[in-house]
Design a protein around this ligand. Structure first.
Ligand SMILES: CC(C)(COP(=O)(O)OP(=O)(O)OC[C@H]1O[C@@H](n2cnc3c(N)ncnc32)[C@H](O)[C@@H]1OP(=O)(O)O)[C@@H](O)C(=O)NCCC(=O)NCCS
Length: 118
């Protein structure tokens, strides 16, 4: 119950941390190594999360720079017996690939697309 406020809603900070974890997994795969969250674009919490909601966090690459990658993260609740899908929030998180000195490191080149007929 530590994650629920007096209104019976989940704390926004809990949601943010789930988004950071999901985005960090996707960014870490792209970077093939450690990453750090450098920025989160302004976010809106559209609907409160209620006890019993099943919360899903979806993360995908939106933009790639030299050392950074922007990951779009969408959070959706599945609610009630009818399994209604409710959009909770969305945010653009920027992660930076880090070297062993915790400084920015160039991202590895993306894998080439398969040649037609391969
Ligand atoms: C991440 C970190 C190593 C970047 O260092 P830096 O000196 O700002 O690095 P740079 O200025 O070279 O920027 C690195 C990349 O981040 C991007 N970046 C920096 N600040 C940004 C911001 N506010 N928004 C979006 N992108 C940003 C730059 O555009 C650059 O991307 P590119 O190489 O793809 O063009 C440093 O800021 C850091 O350690 N921050 C703390 C990270 C952390 O602890 N996160 C957890 C929070 S609790």
């Amino acid at each position: 119950m530590a994650d629920i406020n007096a209104n019976g809603h989940i704390f926004g900070g809990w949601v943010l941390s789930q988004m950071d974890i999901a985005g960090g997994i996707v960014a870490g795969r792209i970077a093939q190594g450690p990453v750090a969250t450098v920025a989160i674009e302004g976010m809106t919490f559209i609907t409160p999360i209620l006890l019993g909601d099943i919360v899903s966090v979806y993360a995908h690459e939106e933009r790639r720079g030299r050392t950074s990658v922007a990951i779009r993260i969408d959070v959706v609740a599945t609610r009630g017996i009818k399994e209604e899908q409710i959009e909770l929030t969305s945010g653009l998180f920027t992660f930076v690939a880090l070297n062993e000195n915790h400084r920015p490191r160039p991202l590895p080149l993306p894998l080439p697309l398969p040649f037609p007929g391969d």
